[in-house]
Write a protein that binds this ligand. Structure first.
Ligand SMILES: [Zn+2]
Length: 217
């Protein structure tokens, strides 16, 4: 029944006591006080004075920020797939340029870009805005781009029963552009091809030309 790869997000039914405590923590599912303590520790550790005026509110601000950036941990993207409706249409449906931002789980730095999602329905069609909602929920978690791409594709295969799914994600990772190898402008492209888009070369060529065709540069 689970469509999300292991390790992506703890399921809501998890009986891990640490997680249960965390979910029941004060102020809702995110323990703000704990984040505040941790941020204060980091400030000390890098040689700052967390009690100076400019930093006084920073731990609380960072806690609110993480609660927002990781809100997808407490949401189930399948909710947005429940609203699919019956429609006799069996050609490619494509939504291009779905802007998203996520947080790289290796560095906790943002990566952001665009997702393109194409699918071939098998009698059930999804409201177009729902594709954007699914990307939003899945991206608001500690992520790697490869898993983000696969998770969205798997959801459409398993929950919508699409005959073919193509997900292409293009993103800039700030952990590559502002630190480490510092390659500004480099973009990471990942794709997941399922069903007809995997097995049928001409279907795959069609969806890729729909995604990239309009671009002249
Ligand atoms: Zn990273």
């Amino acid at each position: 029944m689970t469509t999300i790869p292991p390790g992506d997000v703890p399921s809501c039914g998890s009986d891990d006591p640490e997680l249960a405590r965390f979910r029941a923590g004060p102020g809702g599912p995110v323990d703000h006080a704990r984040i505040e303590r941790a941020v204060r520790e980091i400030l000390f550790a890098v040689g700052e004075n967390p009690d100076r005026e400019g930093l006084l509110d920073t731990p609380a601000r960072v806690a609110r920020m993480y609660a927002e950036l990781f809100s997808g941990l407490h949401q189930d993207p399948r909710v947005h797939l429940k609203t699919a409706f019956t429609e006799k249409y069996d050609e490619v449906v494509l939504v291009r340029d779905i802007a998203f931002h996520s947080v790289c789980e290796h560095h906790l730095l943002p990566f952001m870009g665009k997702a393109h999602i194409g699918y071939i329905p098998d009698g059930r069609v999804l409201g177009l805005s729902k594709l954007g909602r699914i990307v939003e929920v899945v991206s608001r978690r500690p992520q790697v781009q490869e898993r983000l791409t696969e998770t969205v594709a798997d959801l459409l295969v398993e929950e919508l029963g699409a005959k073919g799914v193509a997900v292409v994600v293009e993103a800039v990772h700030t952990c590559m552009t502002i630190r480490g190898i510092r390659k500004p402008g480099s973009e990471c492209v990942t794709s997941a091809m399922k069903g007809l888009f995997r097995s049928n070369v001409s279907s795959r060529a069609e969806v890729l030309s729909l995604i990239y065709g309009r671009r002249s540069s």
